[in-house]
Ligand binder design. Sequence first.
Ligand code: 15L
Length: 272
Amino acid sequence: MKTVLITGATGDVGTHLARELAGKYKLRLSDRRPLKAKNFVKADISKMADCLRITKGVDAIIHLGGYSVEGPWEGILQANIIGCYHMFEAARRNGVKRIVFPTSNHATGFYRRDEKIDHRVYPRPDSRYGVSKVFGEALGRLYADKYGMEFLMVRIGNVHPFPLDKRRLSIWISPRDIAQLVSIGIDRADLKFEVVYGVSGNKRSWYDNSNAERLGYRPQDDAESYAQEVLAKEKPSDNKIAETYQGGIFCTAEEVPNPAAPKKPVKKARRK
Ligand code: 15L
């Protein structure tokens, strides 16, 4: 059984993948936040020494660790630029060849919703976060070409048990579909460097995901089965830019609420 490291294991995607892939691989889970699990190792990817420690002896890495939305540059720089470099470089030094890198739909978020894009389009990031994902894709390309490492770049839409809103009807991916795609990235024998979209088989998809299909991806889910319910709840928006482009509010917002941010302590009411 292959030993697979998952960084960012306490996040949304990490939690789904740790559950879906348990039993298929020997998982080593890592994050800078604590997790109560026997196979957990705490690490801060902005520190090279931590990355060298957690990548030792693994067969493949699913590198989810990082800043997962648009936000302040300093946070993105440390986690997604410096952290990503540390992880790829630590993998190289430790002889780990295979990396699955979850890039994002926000690497191409400034493509219009009325066009279909494939894995060959030039990136059009919609945010500093999107730019940091393009950095990860480019760094992977370098490490594949220069050092013979192997990468599956998954431009993930949104991983959730069900699509959350109208935009997500086009970019949603179910936990079992992302697990299938990531497994291709870990197990496919002849992989060098590939870009695919991390979406289910959605009827309203904005992507031509034939590259994923060529690699063997057969999505089991389609957001369409939730469409009626989702559209009935959707409130009209007057943000024309967000409605025009695939990236939605990432195209206009300077900060998007970070689901991974530590929760602010609730202030207790003062007694009089
Ligand atoms: C992403 O890249 C984020 O990591 C995730 O939190 C969602 O915001 C998702 O994109 C999305 O576009 O819905």
